[in-house]
Ligand binder design. Sequence first.
Ligand SMILES: N[C@@H](Cc1ccc(O)cc1)C(=O)O
Ligand SMILES: NC(=[NH2+])NCCC[C@H](N)C(=O)O
Length: 375
Amino acid sequence: MTDPASGANSFDEWTRLSQVIVGRAEYYTAHDLDTSWRLFFFDNVAPTLGNEGGADPLLAIPEQLVDELNEDIAGLVDALTGCGVSVLRPATPGKNVDICSPLWNARATPPLNVRDQTIVLGNTIVETAPHVRSRIFENDLLKPLFYSYFEGGSNWLSMPRPALGRDSLDDAYFRRLGIDVSRATEGETALGIDGLGLELVFDGAQCMRLGRDVLVNVANRNHELALRWLTVNFPHMRFHRLDGIADNHIDSVVVPLRPGLMLLRSPKYLAFLPKEMQAWDVIYPPETDESTFPKYDDFGFVIPIASRYIDINVLSIDEETVVVNSHYPELISVLEGRGFTVVPVRHRHRRLFGGGFHCFTLDTVRAGGCEDYLG
Ligand SMILES: N[C@@H](Cc1ccc(O)cc1)C(=O)O
Ligand SMILES: NC(=[NH2+])NCCC[C@H](N)C(=O)O
């Protein structure tokens, strides 16, 4: 189905993009708000968290919004194709697929945010170790593509699959900040495994790739185990531990646009970065008109699972060309003022589905190599 081409090659976030996987969202008609979901999104959902967990934690998403999301994704695919990028897609997810593990049940999440469960490190595809139970089989829908890359010469590794039982996830990030997460874990129905304790749990979107250097957000013991796994398996790369720069993903916090220039959520994040990056030029997100974020109260949906910074989650086509949400004209002007060519693509429901263009994509082939950009 895919042209098996010559395997993956992707070391960074900005050299010329030639092949990318774009996620899909058919049947994304519910969020399963189980305890693993509520803990993962706690930073964003805490203010609205009620007692929706328990026996039936499914939160329905109106089909009209899913259709609108799919229209916007189609626009992204067209824009990327128009830029000469080869676009591959995961297999289509099934409708209302329920997962039954020996320890818990969950409604499967479609493979929309394909950035989250995989990191491409050069010609190696690394499947990561999901935090959210509903996402545990998500990568299966990318396997047709992963097999093609493998046959084309790529390596393909997987972090140990977590059991995600009742004691697997660490809330240390929140404890350190003095935040009580018991509202997220209340009503836990999952079973545990004696003696297992905290597992290796980690999402691809906790990394940001800069050639031979990779930023890795480590906010707790789950992540620390993953950093150890990465270091052991990729001894030729340099992993930089960002010590709790965020609860988990970092691609709406720090987004490198090319060596020496990055988007950064705010100056307070500078101190978390490697010394060399602290000297980079920075673009901070310009103020935006809050009305560009759709309100979902009409549908009885008040939980935004992404912050308003989700729109700095851009995808670079090359060092001068960036795909940006057309609903963030303020950022488009700033980037154009810096000499970038902006490819505007409409994306309405980023705070409902929790992803921007960087999240929706997995850049498998870029021109760059294992360079030392921090040297
Ligand atoms: N607080 C996380 C939560 C999150 C993760 C993934 C998402 O797709 C959306 C939200 C973020 O900043 O990264
Ligand atoms: N790869 C991703 N899914 N990234 C999404 C990060 C969203 C981030 N939690 C925010 O609230 O802005």
